[in-house]
Design a binder for this molecule. Structure first.
Ligand SMILES: O=c1cc[nH]c(=O)[nH]1
Length: 419
Protein backbone atom coordinates (compact mmCIF):
# COMPACT_ATOMS: atom_id res chain seq x y z
CA UNK A 1 0.00 0.00 0.00
CA UNK A 2 1.29 3.46 -0.90
CA UNK A 3 0.11 6.79 0.48
CA UNK A 4 0.51 10.18 -1.15
CA UNK A 5 0.13 13.00 1.38
CA UNK A 6 -0.11 16.82 1.15
CA UNK A 7 -1.81 16.70 -2.23
CA UNK A 8 -4.03 19.54 -3.47
CA UNK A 9 -6.54 17.59 -5.51
CA UNK A 10 -7.99 19.49 -8.48
CA UNK A 11 -11.69 20.08 -8.15
CA UNK A 12 -11.66 21.37 -4.59
CA UNK A 13 -12.76 18.27 -2.66
CA UNK A 14 -10.58 19.26 0.29
CA UNK A 15 -8.98 15.80 0.30
CA UNK A 16 -5.23 15.81 0.80
CA UNK A 17 -4.34 12.12 0.88
CA UNK A 18 -4.46 9.32 -1.64
CA UNK A 19 -4.13 5.65 -0.80
CA UNK A 20 -3.12 3.31 -3.60
CA UNK A 21 -3.25 -0.48 -3.63
CA UNK A 22 -3.05 -3.01 -6.46
CA UNK A 23 -2.89 -0.29 -9.13
CA UNK A 24 -6.14 1.37 -7.96
CA UNK A 25 -7.13 4.21 -5.69
CA UNK A 26 -8.15 2.56 -2.43
CA UNK A 27 -9.22 5.76 -0.69
CA UNK A 28 -9.08 9.53 -1.19
CA UNK A 29 -9.58 11.75 1.86
CA UNK A 30 -7.82 12.93 5.04
CA UNK A 31 -5.93 11.06 7.79
CA UNK A 32 -6.14 7.79 5.90
CA UNK A 33 -3.91 5.74 8.19
CA UNK A 34 -0.58 3.99 7.74
CA UNK A 35 1.02 2.73 4.55
CA UNK A 36 4.28 0.93 3.75
CA UNK A 37 5.43 3.84 1.60
CA UNK A 38 4.56 7.51 2.08
CA UNK A 39 5.21 10.17 -0.59
CA UNK A 40 4.95 13.85 0.36
CA UNK A 41 3.56 15.90 -2.54
CA UNK A 42 4.27 19.20 -0.71
CA UNK A 43 0.93 20.81 -1.46
CA UNK A 44 1.25 20.47 -5.23
CA UNK A 45 -1.74 20.25 -7.54
CA UNK A 46 -2.77 16.69 -8.35
CA UNK A 47 -5.13 15.94 -11.19
CA UNK A 48 -6.16 13.08 -13.44
CA UNK A 49 -3.77 12.62 -16.38
CA UNK A 50 -3.91 14.85 -19.42
CA UNK A 51 -5.99 13.57 -22.32
CA UNK A 52 -5.22 14.37 -25.95
CA UNK A 53 -8.42 13.44 -27.79
CA UNK A 54 -7.27 14.32 -31.32
CA UNK A 55 -3.80 13.54 -32.66
CA UNK A 56 -2.50 12.21 -35.98
CA UNK A 57 0.18 9.79 -34.79
CA UNK A 58 0.78 8.36 -38.27
CA UNK A 59 1.68 11.84 -39.62
CA UNK A 60 4.04 13.01 -36.89
CA UNK A 61 7.28 14.52 -38.27
CA UNK A 62 6.20 13.78 -41.85
CA UNK A 63 6.77 17.47 -42.63
CA UNK A 64 10.25 17.65 -41.11
CA UNK A 65 13.23 18.01 -43.39
CA UNK A 66 11.25 19.70 -46.13
CA UNK A 67 11.76 23.31 -45.06
CA UNK A 68 8.33 24.89 -45.22
CA UNK A 69 6.33 21.71 -45.78
CA UNK A 70 3.08 23.56 -46.53
CA UNK A 71 3.62 26.88 -48.30
CA UNK A 72 0.04 28.18 -48.36
CA UNK A 73 -0.57 27.01 -44.78
CA UNK A 74 -3.94 25.57 -45.79
CA UNK A 75 -5.72 22.32 -45.02
CA UNK A 76 -5.98 21.46 -48.71
CA UNK A 77 -2.27 21.81 -49.40
CA UNK A 78 -1.63 19.63 -46.33
CA UNK A 79 -3.88 16.88 -47.67
CA UNK A 80 -2.31 17.04 -51.13
CA UNK A 81 1.25 16.92 -49.83
CA UNK A 82 0.45 14.04 -47.48
CA UNK A 83 -1.23 12.19 -50.33
CA UNK A 84 1.95 12.48 -52.43
CA UNK A 85 4.25 11.62 -49.54
CA UNK A 86 2.36 8.69 -48.06
CA UNK A 87 3.01 6.49 -51.09
CA UNK A 88 6.45 5.80 -49.58
CA UNK A 89 5.11 5.10 -46.09
CA UNK A 90 6.20 1.88 -44.36
CA UNK A 91 5.02 0.27 -41.14
CA UNK A 92 8.40 0.95 -39.58
CA UNK A 93 8.13 4.66 -40.41
CA UNK A 94 4.73 4.85 -38.74
CA UNK A 95 6.02 2.94 -35.71
CA UNK A 96 9.03 5.24 -35.28
CA UNK A 97 7.05 8.45 -35.78
CA UNK A 98 4.23 7.38 -33.51
CA UNK A 99 6.59 6.24 -30.76
CA UNK A 100 8.38 9.57 -30.80
CA UNK A 101 5.07 11.43 -30.68
CA UNK A 102 3.80 9.25 -27.84
CA UNK A 103 7.08 9.67 -25.95
CA UNK A 104 6.68 13.44 -26.18
CA UNK A 105 3.06 13.41 -25.06
CA UNK A 106 3.68 11.01 -22.18
CA UNK A 107 6.63 13.13 -21.01
CA UNK A 108 4.16 16.03 -20.75
CA UNK A 109 1.69 14.07 -18.59
CA UNK A 110 -0.64 12.64 -21.26
CA UNK A 111 -1.90 9.10 -20.59
CA UNK A 112 -4.83 8.94 -23.03
CA UNK A 113 -4.62 9.64 -26.76
CA UNK A 114 -7.28 9.38 -29.44
CA UNK A 115 -5.46 9.13 -32.74
CA UNK A 116 -7.03 9.48 -36.17
CA UNK A 117 -5.36 6.98 -38.48
CA UNK A 118 -5.51 7.51 -42.23
CA UNK A 119 -7.21 4.50 -43.81
CA UNK A 120 -7.27 5.81 -47.38
CA UNK A 121 -4.42 3.47 -48.15
CA UNK A 122 -5.06 0.01 -49.65
CA UNK A 123 -2.34 -1.46 -47.40
CA UNK A 124 -3.73 0.16 -44.22
CA UNK A 125 -0.11 0.65 -43.19
CA UNK A 126 -0.85 3.15 -40.43
CA UNK A 127 -3.71 1.16 -38.93
CA UNK A 128 -1.68 -2.06 -38.79
CA UNK A 129 1.26 -0.33 -37.08
CA UNK A 130 -0.91 1.54 -34.58
CA UNK A 131 -2.98 -1.49 -33.65
CA UNK A 132 0.28 -3.15 -32.58
CA UNK A 133 1.33 -0.11 -30.56
CA UNK A 134 -2.11 0.15 -28.91
CA UNK A 135 -1.53 -3.29 -27.42
CA UNK A 136 2.21 -2.98 -26.74
CA UNK A 137 1.93 0.34 -24.91
CA UNK A 138 -1.27 -0.21 -22.94
CA UNK A 139 0.43 -0.06 -19.54
CA UNK A 140 1.92 3.35 -20.38
CA UNK A 141 -0.72 5.05 -22.46
CA UNK A 142 -4.27 4.30 -23.62
CA UNK A 143 -4.50 4.64 -27.39
CA UNK A 144 -7.85 4.90 -29.11
CA UNK A 145 -7.82 4.51 -32.90
CA UNK A 146 -10.22 6.24 -35.30
CA UNK A 147 -10.60 4.79 -38.80
CA UNK A 148 -10.19 8.12 -40.61
CA UNK A 149 -10.57 8.41 -44.40
CA UNK A 150 -8.26 11.44 -44.86
CA UNK A 151 -8.75 11.59 -48.63
CA UNK A 152 -12.49 11.07 -48.44
CA UNK A 153 -14.99 8.31 -47.66
CA UNK A 154 -16.21 8.59 -51.28
CA UNK A 155 -13.60 10.87 -52.85
CA UNK A 156 -10.89 8.24 -52.35
CA UNK A 157 -11.69 5.23 -54.49
CA UNK A 158 -12.58 2.36 -52.17
CA UNK A 159 -12.59 4.64 -49.10
CA UNK A 160 -15.79 3.20 -47.65
CA UNK A 161 -14.52 -0.40 -47.90
CA UNK A 162 -11.22 0.60 -46.27
CA UNK A 163 -13.04 2.22 -43.36
CA UNK A 164 -15.03 -0.98 -42.89
CA UNK A 165 -11.86 -3.08 -43.11
CA UNK A 166 -10.19 -0.95 -40.42
CA UNK A 167 -13.24 -1.46 -38.19
CA UNK A 168 -13.01 -5.21 -38.79
CA UNK A 169 -9.36 -5.02 -37.73
CA UNK A 170 -10.35 -3.43 -34.42
CA UNK A 171 -10.50 0.37 -34.77
CA UNK A 172 -12.26 1.97 -31.79
CA UNK A 173 -14.12 4.69 -33.66
CA UNK A 174 -15.17 5.70 -37.14
CA UNK A 175 -14.17 9.02 -38.71
CA UNK A 176 -15.01 11.12 -41.74
CA UNK A 177 -14.24 14.34 -43.55
CA UNK A 178 -17.47 15.54 -45.23
CA UNK A 179 -16.10 19.00 -46.14
CA UNK A 180 -13.52 17.27 -48.35
CA UNK A 181 -16.01 15.16 -50.34
CA UNK A 182 -16.71 16.35 -53.89
CA UNK A 183 -20.13 17.90 -53.21
CA UNK A 184 -22.43 18.77 -50.34
CA UNK A 185 -24.57 15.73 -51.24
CA UNK A 186 -21.55 13.43 -51.11
CA UNK A 187 -20.62 14.86 -47.73
CA UNK A 188 -24.13 14.29 -46.36
CA UNK A 189 -24.26 10.75 -47.74
CA UNK A 190 -20.84 10.00 -46.20
CA UNK A 191 -22.15 11.06 -42.79
CA UNK A 192 -25.23 8.84 -43.14
CA UNK A 193 -23.08 5.82 -43.96
CA UNK A 194 -20.62 6.61 -41.17
CA UNK A 195 -23.41 6.78 -38.58
CA UNK A 196 -24.78 3.47 -39.90
CA UNK A 197 -21.31 1.92 -39.58
CA UNK A 198 -20.96 3.20 -36.02
CA UNK A 199 -24.28 1.61 -35.08
CA UNK A 200 -23.40 -1.64 -36.85
CA UNK A 201 -20.00 -1.94 -35.15
CA UNK A 202 -21.06 -0.26 -31.89
CA UNK A 203 -18.14 2.20 -32.00
CA UNK A 204 -17.79 5.91 -31.33
CA UNK A 205 -17.91 8.54 -34.07
CA UNK A 206 -15.37 11.32 -34.51
CA UNK A 207 -15.74 13.48 -37.61
CA UNK A 208 -13.35 16.08 -38.98
CA UNK A 209 -16.27 18.44 -39.44
CA UNK A 210 -16.37 21.79 -41.22
CA UNK A 211 -12.65 22.43 -40.85
CA UNK A 212 -12.92 25.62 -42.85
CA UNK A 213 -13.98 29.27 -42.51
CA UNK A 214 -17.04 28.86 -44.71
CA UNK A 215 -20.13 29.97 -42.73
CA UNK A 216 -22.25 27.94 -45.16
CA UNK A 217 -20.45 24.69 -44.41
CA UNK A 218 -23.25 22.89 -42.59
CA UNK A 219 -22.03 19.34 -41.96
CA UNK A 220 -22.16 19.92 -38.22
CA UNK A 221 -25.90 20.50 -38.53
CA UNK A 222 -26.28 17.27 -40.52
CA UNK A 223 -24.09 15.18 -38.20
CA UNK A 224 -25.90 16.51 -35.16
CA UNK A 225 -29.31 15.70 -36.65
CA UNK A 226 -28.27 12.16 -37.59
CA UNK A 227 -26.90 11.27 -34.16
CA UNK A 228 -29.72 13.08 -32.35
CA UNK A 229 -32.26 10.90 -34.14
CA UNK A 230 -30.36 7.78 -33.06
CA UNK A 231 -29.68 9.05 -29.53
CA UNK A 232 -25.96 8.65 -30.27
CA UNK A 233 -24.73 12.16 -29.45
CA UNK A 234 -22.79 11.19 -26.33
CA UNK A 235 -20.76 8.72 -28.41
CA UNK A 236 -20.16 11.30 -31.15
CA UNK A 237 -17.55 14.01 -31.47
CA UNK A 238 -17.47 16.84 -33.96
CA UNK A 239 -13.80 17.80 -34.32
CA UNK A 240 -12.60 21.22 -35.47
CA UNK A 241 -16.01 22.77 -36.48
CA UNK A 242 -14.08 25.96 -37.30
CA UNK A 243 -16.86 27.24 -39.53
CA UNK A 244 -19.15 27.36 -36.49
CA UNK A 245 -16.92 30.19 -35.32
CA UNK A 246 -17.73 32.04 -38.53
CA UNK A 247 -21.54 31.74 -38.57
CA UNK A 248 -24.09 34.39 -37.61
CA UNK A 249 -25.42 34.41 -34.05
CA UNK A 250 -29.00 33.80 -35.19
CA UNK A 251 -27.98 30.49 -36.78
CA UNK A 252 -25.65 29.56 -33.91
CA UNK A 253 -28.40 30.16 -31.35
CA UNK A 254 -30.75 27.81 -33.16
CA UNK A 255 -28.04 25.14 -33.28
CA UNK A 256 -27.19 25.49 -29.57
CA UNK A 257 -30.66 24.19 -28.65
CA UNK A 258 -30.18 21.18 -30.89
CA UNK A 259 -26.68 20.45 -29.50
CA UNK A 260 -28.13 20.54 -26.01
CA UNK A 261 -30.67 17.91 -27.00
CA UNK A 262 -28.22 15.64 -28.84
CA UNK A 263 -25.41 16.00 -26.21
CA UNK A 264 -22.86 15.87 -29.03
CA UNK A 265 -19.20 16.45 -28.00
CA UNK A 266 -16.70 18.87 -29.52
CA UNK A 267 -12.94 18.80 -29.90
CA UNK A 268 -11.14 22.01 -30.75
CA UNK A 269 -7.51 22.17 -31.87
CA UNK A 270 -6.54 25.76 -31.02
CA UNK A 271 -2.96 25.95 -32.27
CA UNK A 272 -3.56 23.90 -35.42
CA UNK A 273 -6.67 25.78 -36.48
CA UNK A 274 -5.32 29.23 -35.60
CA UNK A 275 -2.54 28.27 -38.02
CA UNK A 276 -4.66 26.74 -40.81
CA UNK A 277 -7.73 28.97 -40.79
CA UNK A 278 -8.16 32.60 -41.76
CA UNK A 279 -5.77 32.03 -44.68
CA UNK A 280 -8.29 33.46 -47.14
CA UNK A 281 -8.97 36.50 -44.97
CA UNK A 282 -7.31 39.85 -45.18
CA UNK A 283 -8.40 41.86 -42.13
CA UNK A 284 -10.33 41.30 -39.94
CA UNK A 285 -8.87 37.79 -39.85
CA UNK A 286 -10.84 34.90 -38.36
CA UNK A 287 -9.33 33.03 -35.42
CA UNK A 288 -10.25 29.60 -36.75
CA UNK A 289 -11.76 28.32 -33.54
CA UNK A 290 -15.23 27.00 -32.94
CA UNK A 291 -17.43 28.64 -30.27
CA UNK A 292 -15.63 26.98 -27.36
CA UNK A 293 -16.90 29.18 -24.55
CA UNK A 294 -20.49 29.28 -25.77
CA UNK A 295 -20.62 25.49 -26.30
CA UNK A 296 -19.34 24.95 -22.76
CA UNK A 297 -21.96 27.37 -21.43
CA UNK A 298 -24.52 25.40 -23.44
CA UNK A 299 -23.62 22.29 -21.46
CA UNK A 300 -21.81 20.43 -24.24
CA UNK A 301 -18.47 18.79 -23.63
CA UNK A 302 -15.58 20.59 -25.33
CA UNK A 303 -12.00 19.36 -25.13
CA UNK A 304 -8.77 20.76 -26.54
CA UNK A 305 -6.30 18.71 -28.58
CA UNK A 306 -2.83 18.90 -30.12
CA UNK A 307 -3.84 17.52 -33.55
CA UNK A 308 -0.46 17.65 -35.29
CA UNK A 309 3.24 17.63 -34.54
CA UNK A 310 5.52 18.84 -37.35
CA UNK A 311 3.47 17.37 -40.18
CA UNK A 312 2.09 18.69 -43.48
CA UNK A 313 -0.65 20.63 -41.69
CA UNK A 314 1.27 22.23 -38.86
CA UNK A 315 5.02 22.86 -38.48
CA UNK A 316 5.11 23.12 -34.67
CA UNK A 317 3.74 21.21 -31.67
CA UNK A 318 5.46 19.13 -28.99
CA UNK A 319 2.67 17.26 -27.22
CA UNK A 320 2.51 19.73 -24.34
CA UNK A 321 -1.19 20.07 -23.53
CA UNK A 322 -0.54 23.06 -21.28
CA UNK A 323 0.62 24.96 -24.35
CA UNK A 324 -2.57 23.94 -26.16
CA UNK A 325 -4.66 25.06 -23.19
CA UNK A 326 -2.86 28.39 -22.95
CA UNK A 327 -3.45 29.15 -26.63
CA UNK A 328 -7.02 27.89 -26.54
CA UNK A 329 -8.25 29.91 -23.58
CA UNK A 330 -6.77 33.08 -25.07
CA UNK A 331 -8.31 32.53 -28.49
CA UNK A 332 -11.67 31.58 -26.97
CA UNK A 333 -11.72 34.44 -24.41
CA UNK A 334 -12.05 31.78 -21.72
CA UNK A 335 -10.14 34.03 -19.35
CA UNK A 336 -12.52 35.16 -16.62
CA UNK A 337 -11.02 34.00 -13.31
CA UNK A 338 -13.87 31.51 -12.82
CA UNK A 339 -13.11 30.10 -16.27
CA UNK A 340 -9.35 29.94 -15.65
CA UNK A 341 -10.01 28.04 -12.42
CA UNK A 342 -11.79 25.28 -14.33
CA UNK A 343 -9.85 25.52 -17.61
CA UNK A 344 -7.83 22.39 -16.83
CA UNK A 345 -11.08 20.47 -17.49
CA UNK A 346 -10.45 21.13 -21.19
CA UNK A 347 -7.34 18.93 -21.20
CA UNK A 348 -8.46 16.39 -18.59
CA UNK A 349 -12.05 15.40 -17.74
CA UNK A 350 -13.61 16.79 -20.91
CA UNK A 351 -11.23 14.80 -23.11
CA UNK A 352 -11.93 11.77 -20.95
CA UNK A 353 -15.67 12.20 -21.62
CA UNK A 354 -15.00 12.43 -25.35
CA UNK A 355 -13.00 9.18 -25.23
CA UNK A 356 -15.47 7.57 -22.78
CA UNK A 357 -12.61 6.53 -20.51
CA UNK A 358 -14.77 6.30 -17.41
CA UNK A 359 -17.36 4.16 -19.16
CA UNK A 360 -15.21 1.94 -21.37
CA UNK A 361 -11.65 1.91 -19.94
CA UNK A 362 -12.08 1.08 -16.27
CA UNK A 363 -12.51 4.61 -14.93
CA UNK A 364 -11.03 8.09 -14.96
CA UNK A 365 -10.58 10.50 -12.07
CA UNK A 366 -9.19 10.52 -8.56
CA UNK A 367 -11.70 8.45 -6.62
CA UNK A 368 -11.75 5.12 -4.77
CA UNK A 369 -11.95 2.09 -7.06
CA UNK A 370 -10.60 3.81 -10.20
CA UNK A 371 -7.20 3.11 -11.77
CA UNK A 372 -4.52 4.98 -9.80
CA UNK A 373 -3.56 7.28 -12.66
CA UNK A 374 -2.70 10.91 -11.94
CA UNK A 375 -0.24 13.71 -12.54
CA UNK A 376 1.40 16.26 -10.25
CA UNK A 377 1.92 19.83 -11.43
CA UNK A 378 4.48 22.39 -10.29
CA UNK A 379 1.75 24.63 -8.83
CA UNK A 380 -0.36 24.78 -5.70
CA UNK A 381 -3.72 25.51 -7.32
CA UNK A 382 -5.40 25.63 -10.72
CA UNK A 383 -5.01 29.38 -11.23
CA UNK A 384 -1.28 29.23 -10.57
CA UNK A 385 -0.96 26.17 -12.81
CA UNK A 386 -2.59 27.86 -15.79
CA UNK A 387 -0.97 31.25 -15.24
CA UNK A 388 2.51 29.73 -14.92
CA UNK A 389 1.84 27.06 -17.56
CA UNK A 390 3.08 24.70 -14.88
CA UNK A 391 5.29 21.79 -15.73
CA UNK A 392 4.25 18.21 -14.97
CA UNK A 393 6.48 16.98 -12.14
CA UNK A 394 5.24 13.41 -12.09
CA UNK A 395 2.96 11.05 -13.94
CA UNK A 396 1.66 7.99 -12.10
CA UNK A 397 -0.09 5.08 -13.81
CA UNK A 398 -1.46 2.11 -11.94
CA UNK A 399 0.14 3.53 -8.80
CA UNK A 400 3.68 3.51 -10.30
CA UNK A 401 5.69 6.45 -11.60
CA UNK A 402 5.96 6.78 -15.37
CA UNK A 403 8.34 9.62 -14.54
CA UNK A 404 9.23 12.01 -11.78
CA UNK A 405 11.31 15.18 -12.14
CA UNK A 406 12.55 18.10 -10.09
CA UNK A 407 10.80 21.46 -10.33
CA UNK A 408 12.71 23.82 -12.63
CA UNK A 409 10.62 26.96 -12.30
CA UNK A 410 12.79 28.80 -9.77
CA UNK A 411 16.14 27.50 -10.91
CA UNK A 412 17.67 30.99 -11.45
CA UNK A 413 20.23 31.67 -8.71
CA UNK A 414 20.23 35.46 -8.77
CA UNK A 415 18.96 37.15 -5.60
CA UNK A 416 16.38 39.72 -6.70
CA UNK A 417 15.36 40.59 -3.14
CA UNK A 418 18.44 42.78 -2.68
CA UNK A 419 17.23 45.52 -5.05
O1 LIG B 1 -6.12 19.49 -39.21
C1 LIG B 1 -5.99 18.46 -39.88
C2 LIG B 1 -4.86 17.64 -39.77
C3 LIG B 1 -4.80 16.53 -40.53
N1 LIG B 1 -5.82 16.23 -41.38
C4 LIG B 1 -6.91 17.01 -41.48
O2 LIG B 1 -7.84 16.74 -42.26
N2 LIG B 1 -6.97 18.11 -40.73
Amino acid sequence: MKKFINANIYGGTGSTEILVEGGKFKAVGKNLGDAAEVVDLEGKLVLPPYVDPHLHLDYIFSGLGEGNANISGTLFEGIQRWSDNKKALTGEMVRERALEGIRKEVSHGVQYIRTHVDVTDPELTGMKALLKLREALKDIVTLQLVAFPQEGFFRYEGGEALVRKALDMGADAVGGIPHFEISYEHGVESLKRIVDLALEYDVMIDIHCDENDDPNSRFLEVLNALVMEKDYGEKTTASHTCSFGAVENSYANKMMGLFKTSKINFVSCPTENAHLQGRGDNYPKRRGLTRVKELLENGNTVAFAQDSIADYWYPLGNGNMMNILDNGIHLAHYTHIDEINKALDLITVNGAKVMRIDEDYGGYGIAAGKPANFIVLDAHDAYEAVRERAEVLASVRGGEYLFKREARRNEIEHDFSKY
